[in-house]
Write a protein that binds this ligand. Structure first.
Ligand SMILES: Cc1cc2nc3c(=O)[nH]c(=O)nc-3n(C[C@H](O)[C@H](O)[C@H](O)COP(=O)(O)OP(=O)(O)OC[C@H]3O[C@@H](n4cnc5c(N)ncnc54)[C@H](O)[C@@H]3O)c2cc1C
Length: 445
């Protein structure tokens, strides 16, 4: 780390956009995970060119740079785990083009989803928008290839990005704006989801979806495994949910106290009124066999995978370490009870939510930040869960990114993928200065 770091940065940005006092640095030392590390400095560029110049200086003078959006990451993505400079991109929030007919927007990466949707009025929405409660930035969503319950029918964030501009650590620009899917998609796809380790996204063009008609059925079931059987039965009879989230017993008990239900399933249908009605009819028929403890119909309501988890965390007055993966659906039946066993082995409470059609399971291990022993057990339990997921063929980091939290498990269980990542890293970032310690824990894998 060069001693005259602030001086080097001062040549690129005005002094008021470089933070180096302890209090400011502390506010950039955490995200929504348990990962903590103070940066040596924070820079707040207001133009794409400044971003390029900061990266070029970092390669030349060998200091680390960690890109940061709204820091809603659940896995330590924007935390400068090796120190160095945090690149705060929230100042790059300009809207360059807005097409209200088509629902496309070209904007800086710092634009937040809430602001984006407001600008487009009520007709369009970003089906991935609930990640981070709407306060996540479009750059952060693109960098993590964020997912939502609706990814069953809409795909992940990469399906909404139709163009981008990014800059590599050597200050080289990658301009893929104005292309539509079918163009050089593979170039865009190497940057989307790379969690700010290969290039910094400085502009994104997003095509939003038209808001659909929607009905969500909320069912309290005796057991989580009933939800798996329910989905198979629906599929057999030709019903296709646009989303199906299951909140497991741990979430319900922490959020609402002891109860009869072992799981709550939210099953969402979208489309025309006829399509929703025919799917809902099949569901009602299936429920005659499954006999849920309760059944509410939430007309017009999109599913929110996060709300019950946030409610549970508030209720517990604790924080949580999250581990997330997309697993082969056939493994869910064994994985869910194994998570319970992991929790009792480490004597920690969990919050488990799964999106059944995607095989996507997210588990939060609760801890009290003031209790070091409990934090240690929660960290061990989360590592154990990451290994469980990876060992069962899971795609680690689906719907969160791998970040820091799952980097060890990724490198250990996916050595070929980790080696492929190192190969790409060599091309984009030969000095390995961009967001080190993420996706893989060290330069050596
Ligand atoms: C309550 C809650 C619910 C959540 N639910 C979901 C969910 O359902 N699905 C989901 O996918 N995620 C979810 N998340 C995680 C988080 O919201 C997403 O990962 C989101 O995409 C992060 O956006 P951000 O702007 O906060 O980025 P940050 O957290 O600041 O950064 C995330 C990563 O992206 C990199 N990055 C940020 N901006 C750029 C850029 N312009 N160029 C290059 N790299 C960049 C960072 O270095 C970091 O690695 C949730 C988080 C919370 C707190």
């Amino acid at each position: 780390m060069p001693e005259d770091l602030v001086k080097i940065l001062g040549k690129i940005l005005g002094d008021d956009r470089i933070l180096s006092d302890e209090i400011s640095l502390a506010t950039f030392s955490f995200d929504a995970s348990n990962v903590r590390q103070m940066p040596d400095a924070v820079v707040r560029p207001t133009s794409e060119e400044e971003v390029g110049e900061v990266l070029q200086a970092a390669t030349e003078h060998e200091f680390f740079v960690t890109p940061r959006g709204a820091a809603t990451s659940l896995v330590g993505g924007p935390i400068p785990v090796e120190g160095g400079v945090v690149l705060d991109l929230t100042g790059l929030d300009e809207v360059f083009e807005l097409d209200e007919e088509e629902g496309t927007v070209e904007a800086g990466p710092g634009l937040r989803v809430k602001e984006l949707e407001e600008k487009l009025g009520g007709d369009f929405f970003l089906p991935i928008g609930l990640a981070g409660g709407g306060s996540a930035t479009i750059g952060g969503l693109a960098a993590t290839d964020a997912a939502s319950s609706l990814s069953v029918s809409y795909g992940t964030m990469r399906n909404f990005v139709v163009g981008l501009r990014a800059v590599t650590p050597a200050g080289r620009w990658i301009d893929l704006r104005g292309y539509q899917a079918g163009g050089p998609r593979f170039l865009m796809d190497s940057i989307l989801g790379s969690e700010g380790t290969l290039a910094v996204i400085t502009r994104v063009t997003i095509r939003l979806a038209r808001r659909p008609q929607v009905v969500t059925h909320s069912l309290d079931l005796l057991d989580s495994l009933d939800a798996l059987a329910l989905l198979s039965e629906l599929a057999e009879r030709g019903a296709r949910p646009a989303a199906m989230d299951v909140f497991h017993r741990d979430v319900l008990e922490v959020a609402e106290g002891e109860q009869e239900a072992g799981a709550r399933a939210l099953i969402t249908f979208t489309g025309t009124s006829e399509c929703i009605e025919s799917n809902s009819k099949i569901l009602r028929e299936v429920l005659e066999e499954f006999k849920p403890l309760s059944h509410d119909v939430l007309d017009g309501q999109l599913p929110d995978r996060n709300e019950p988890i946030i409610r549970a965390i508030k209720q517990a007055k604790q924080a949580a370490i999250f581990v997330s993966a997309a697993l082969p659906r056939s493994t869910l039946r064994d994985i869910i009870p194994e998570i319970d066993r992991t929790a009792s082995r480490y004597r920690v409470s969990t919050l488990t939510v799964s999106s059944v059609p995607l095989g996507w399971v997210t588990v939060g291990f609760l801890f009290d930040p003031l209790d070091d022993k409990l934090l240690g057990r929660a960290v061990s339990a989360s590592q154990s869960a990451a290994e469980l997921f990876a060992g069962n063929g899971g795609v680690l980091g689906f719907g969160t990114g791998i970040g820091r939290t799952m980097a060890h498990a990724f490198a250990k269980h996916r050595p070929e993928a980790a080696a492929a990542f190192a190969l790409l890293k060599k091309v984009f970032d030969p000095a390995w200065i961009l967001n080190p310690g993420k996706i893989v824990p060290t330069r050596g894998g």
